[in-house]
Structure formats: C-alpha cells, structure tokens
Design a protein around this ligand. Structure first.
Ligand SMILES: Cc1cc2nc3c(=O)[nH]c(=O)nc-3n(C[C@H](O)[C@H](O)[C@H](O)COP(=O)(O)OP(=O)(O)OC[C@H]3O[C@@H](n4cnc5c(N)ncnc54)[C@H](O)[C@@H]3O)c2cc1C
Length: 559
C-alpha cells in the first residue's frame, strides 16, 4: 500500500513552498506530501484520493484561501477522510488579533478542525514538527495503528476476544483487532502453526494463546508479585488519582506501590480526548495521559501490581494489612484508596447479553472505527456522554443521544451542549429511555420509551454506548470505612461525629474513618468527577500521608 498523504492547501506559492520543504525533509518516504493552491482544488483532490483508496493522515490549510476561509475547507475533510487530522496554518502574530483568535476558537469548539499550527519559521523548527508529529500520532491511534500496538486475533468479535480488548484498553496498551480470516490476521500469522484463539501478537512478535489477564500484564512487564512486602504507602487503584499519589509519594521518598485490578488509567482510558486537562491544548487521550503518568511514577521508583484486586483492609501491627484476590498481602504504613467508580448497568437482560456485541459501557474509544457509516445510540446526560457523542459522530452516519431528563442542559456543560446542537449528524431525544433491544449475536434494534406519553418505539441500531452514571468500587471495604448512601467514601470533615470521635483526634482532610487510610478521586464522597481534580487530590493526599507517618514515628513531617 502506498504511503499516506499529508495534504497542504495554501494560496501563497512561497508560503506553500516553505511548508512543503519542511514536510518533505522530515516525513518522506513514510508519508507523501501533496500541495495545492486553492480550496476547490483541495476538495476535488480529496474526493479523487478517496476514490483511489488512498489514505490521508493530515490536512493543513492556510487561514484564507483566495477569499474563502481555511476552516471551511477543513470542515469538509471528514466527508472523505474521517480520521484525517485537520489544522489551520497560522502566521505568528495573527494569534494576538481578536478576529483570528475568535475564528480559531469557533472552529475548534464546533469541531470544524482539530487545532492550529504556527507556520514553520527558519529551519529547523522543532515546534512545528512537534505539532505535526502529534497530529500523525493521533491519526495512527484513531486508526488503531499506534506504534508498539498489540494485535488481537479472534474468531469472533465477542466473547473472550472482546474481553481481551477491554483488558488491553484498561492497561492503556494500544491495540487493534482482526478476525482470524482477515488478510491482516493471515499476514501476522504467516508461518505460525495451529494456535488456540484468541491470540495476542505482542509488539516484540511474541504470541500469547488465549492468555489470562495476568499473562497480559506479565508480558507487558507491568506486574510484580506482592507477597507480604511492606511499603510506606499502598495505593489502591491506578487511575488518575492513584497515579498522581504514586508520582508524588515516590518522588518524595516514600516506598510506594500502586495496586490495580486492571491496568493504568482507570476510567480515563475510555476517554478518547480529554480537552480540559491543564497543559494539553490539543487535548490528550486518557490512554496517553495514563501511559505518561505511569512512566513518571515508575521512574521515581513507584512499583506497580496490575490485575490484582484488593479485597480487604485491616489494622495490623505496623499500619494496614491489604489483602489481594490472589491470596497475597502487602503491608502499608499508610493507604490511599483511589478505586474510582464504574458505570451503572442498564439492567435490561437482552442488552446485557449483547455486551461487547454492539452494546458497550463507556465511550469504548477502540470501537469508534468499527461504527463507520452506522446508526448508533448513546445513553446518558452527563459530560462524558456528551464527549462520547461528539467523538462518535466523526465516525458514525447518525448518532442519537438518549436522555431521560427534559433538557440536555440539565446535566451537561454549556460548551458541549452547543457543540452537540451544531453537529448535523447528532440527534438528541430528551425525556426518553431505552427499555429493550436485541439482535442475533449482534445488536440490531432498540426499544425506546417516551417518558412523557409512555409510547414505545422500535428503532434499528447498530451500536449502543451506555454512560448512565457511576457506582463506586467500595463494596469490598470493611464496615469500619464509613460511606454515604451511594457507597462513596466519607472523609475529613464529612465523617460522622461518631467516626471522627473514634479516631480520637480531628480527622485530616481526605482521611477516612479507618486511621491511616485516606481516600482520593472519584471514590471519595463529594469529589468533583474530573481528571484534574482526581490528580489534585492524589497529590495533596501525600502531604497528609507524611503527617500520618510522622505522627506514627516514621519519616519526619514535611514543611
Ligand atoms: C468516557 C469518559 C470520559 C471522561 N472524560 C473526562 C474529561 O474529558 N475530563 C475530565 O476531567 N474527566 C473526564 N472523565 C472523568 C475522569 O475520567 C474521572 O473523574 C477520573 O478518571 C477519576 O479518577 P480516579 O483515579 O479517581 O478513578 P478511576 O479513573 O475510576 O480509577 C480507579 C482505578 O481503581 C481500580 N480499582 C477499583 N477497585 C479496585 C480494587 N478493589 N483493587 C484494585 N484496584 C481497584 C480500577 O481498576 C481503576 O483503574 C471521563 C470519564 C469517562 C468514563
């Protein structure tokens, strides 16, 4: 197959030449560069390329193209190449002009382009190339061709092959799926004898036959065997809150272990683009953020135990004894609970039976490319559902957002409501719920109920994404850890007077009713359900861990 294309449309021949030079010098022969001088030529060429079966990775457009706006051209790109990244080439200095700034803000917030990039300055312009490389990585990830990807080969889409994809997703390991009979699978298995499906072809070529979850963690080098070791700090959960506690704990000299029943990243790994996390103006996928945080904690000396579920906590001689489902134990002088929360189940048997076969909990970023040109439904009225709808609308023919509330604004941020309303292939059905559905091995229809009039309607549907609220992972906690009615862990000043009194001193912020045990992130009663706040709580908690250890006669309290 020929190399993917980088398409540049700019009406100034000299400007176009500068961009062409930079792109050719750096990206050929892995990519081909195609330069065009007008919007009309750009659109016609994209159609021809689509008809010829070519791949377009990136389209760059000048701010104005013979009087037309570059963003108008970029807005048209998904019609021919839905995965192609789209960026506006902006002159340095123009960003300070209100007109340009407003136009960029408008175009990004309405999904007409992904971002902007400053025109290249004198070579070498590493800032320009950093931006281009990020676009190319995002394109590769959207097509599940990220570097060092794991290939899952299964005989069907559902069953264990689906579970494996979920495990890889939770380990933040990039992966792609191929049916055993597909040309891609045949190419990967050339010269390989009979095998037990599903198979994982690891980035180093190693093949795992029908692996268990812990086989995957071991092959990825992300597990250790906890067998009675003692740590200053044991963190339960490796989502944003736990990873942050891991980075700060380890970097401040605490012997730290992070234990997770899956892999890194928690819920955040199901987010394809987190746009509101500080420092990532182009947005960042939850998986990428988790991978970076994991490496950061690891180089500070934090250790990780993946695919190990914590099943109990009890007071021990030297702190808290943490029990694992594997039968192992670890001792923590302090413990931070960061187990986050899970989506509520829809409770419709027919739909639960199709989980993984057209029915998904969360945004299931990895499924997005499989729904091209299909009619899909998303259920949920909060921000995560809004983001999922906007992401999935890039791929699907039509996306219907089903919301129980009477208005979208009841549970969603204003900026998302605006984007949804201005996306033509999204339909919103308020005061509606999904009450049934089904299909032969794969979802093909849903039954919707109008909550006002009570009428039922059967609609055909190729996929259903459920984002209907969260339940904290706290059922396993001992009764001594106080929780609210929804199961979220009470901490600090929210503890009942009895629990606070039992501690024998005023509780520290984030401290639970069990001495020496703190809770952070989504699992904590009253927490703000956001990545940044989970990360913030994880870092703040370490200050209180130092105080607890100092009080217990360990490390000195930090200033
Ligand atoms: C689809 C989606 C999109 C989102 N988009 C955004 C966004 O754009 N911006 C934003 O700010 N927020 C977003 N959020 C919310 C954000 O992801 C969460 O607020 C954040 O992940 C909470 O972090 P946490 O570490 O507290 O918990 P989690 O991320 O839930 O992590 C908890 C971890 O604990 C582990 N665990 C649970 N129980 C146990 C146990 N018994 N033993 C061991 N491990 C256990 C779990 O496996 C999990 O890995 C989104 C969420 C979703 C689902």
């Amino acid at each position: 197959m020929s190399a993917p294309l980088l398409v540049v449309v700019d009406d100034g021949p000299d400007l176009l030449r500068d961009v062409e030079r930079e792109l050719c010098n750096r990206y050929e022969p892995d990519y081909r560069v195609c330069c065009l001088l007008s919007a009309a030529e750009g659109l016609a060429t994209l159609k021809d390329l689509q008809a010829a079966g070519e791949q377009v990775a990136l389209v760059l457009a000048g701010e104005t193209l013979a009087g037309e706006s570059g963003t108008a051209l970029l807005a048209e790109v998904p019609r021919t190449f839905p995965h192609a990244q789209r960026a506006l080439l902006v002159e340095w200095g123009h960003l300070a002009e209100a007109k340009t700034g407003d136009a960029i803000f408008e175009a990004i917030s309405h999904g007409r382009m992904d971002h902007f990039v400053l025109r290249p300055s004198r070579p070498p312009d590493e800032q320009f190339h950093q931006a281009i490389s990020s676009f190319l990585l995002a394109w590769a990830e959207a097509r599940q061709h990220a570097p060092h990807s794991v290939n899952v080969i299964g005989q069907t889409w559902s069953g264990r092959a689906y579970e494996l994809r979920e495990v890889l997703e939770r380990c933040a390991l990039p992966h792609s799926f191929h049916l055993a009979e597909s040309p891609e699978a045949r190419a990967l298995l050339t010269g390989v004898g009979a095998r037990r499906f599903p198979l994982l072809v690891m980035p180093n070529g190693e093949i795992l036959e029908d692996p268990s979850d812990s086989d995957i963690a071991q092959a990825a080098g992300t597990t250790i065997d906890p067998s009675g070791d003692s740590y200053d700090l044991v963190i339960v959960g490796g989502g944003p809150a736990g990873l942050s506690a891991g980075v700060y704990g380890a970097s401040e000299g605490l012997r730290t272990i992070v234990i997770d029943s899956g892999g890194v990243g928690g819920q955040a790994t199901s987010s394809s683009s987190i746009r509101n996390y500080l420092g990532f103006p182009r947005g960042v996928s939850g998986g990428e953020l988790a991978r970076r945080a994991y490496q950061q904690a690891w180089v500070f000396g934090a250790r990780f135990a993946f695919m190990q579920r914590v099943t109990d906590l009890e007071r021990g001689d030297e702190g808290t004894v943490v029990r694992l489902n594997s039968g192992g134990i670890v001792n923590g002088r302090a413990v931070v609970l960061a187990m986050g929360a899970n989506y509520r189940r829809i409770g419709v048997r027919a739909l639960e039976d199709l989980h993984g076969a057209g029915v998904y909990y969360g945004a299931a970023a990895s499924e997005a490319p499989t729904i091209a040109d299909e009619d899909i439904y998303v259920v949920g009225g909060a921000n995560s559902a809004g983001q999922a709808v906007l992401h999935l609308a890039h791929f699907a023919r039509r996306v219907t957002l089903v919301v129980r509330a009477q208005t979208l604004a009841a549970g969603m941020s204003h900026y998302l409501v605006r984007q949804i309303e201005s996306t033509p292939n999204i339909e919103v059905r308020t005061s509606t719920e999904v009450v049934d559905g089904g299909g032969e091995g794969w979802l093909d229809h849903l039954v919707l109920r109008d909550r006002v009039g009570g009428a039922h309607e059967t609609v055909s549907a190729d996929a259903l994404f459920l984002m209907i609220g969260a339940r904290p992972y706290t059922d396993w906690l001992p009764p001594t850890v106080e929780r609210d009615a929804g199961g979220f862990v009470m901490t600090g000043s929210d503890l009942s007077p009895e629990a606070a009194q039992a501690l024998g001193r005023p509780p520290l912020p984030m401290e639970t009713s069990l001495p020496g045990v703190l809770a952070v992130g989504d699992v904590r009663h009253g927490s703000v359900k956001r990545v940044a706040s989970a990360v913030g709580e994880g870092s703040i908690a370490i200050q209180f861990v130092h105080r607890l250890l100092a009080a217990a006669g360990g490390t000195p309290a930090r200033p």
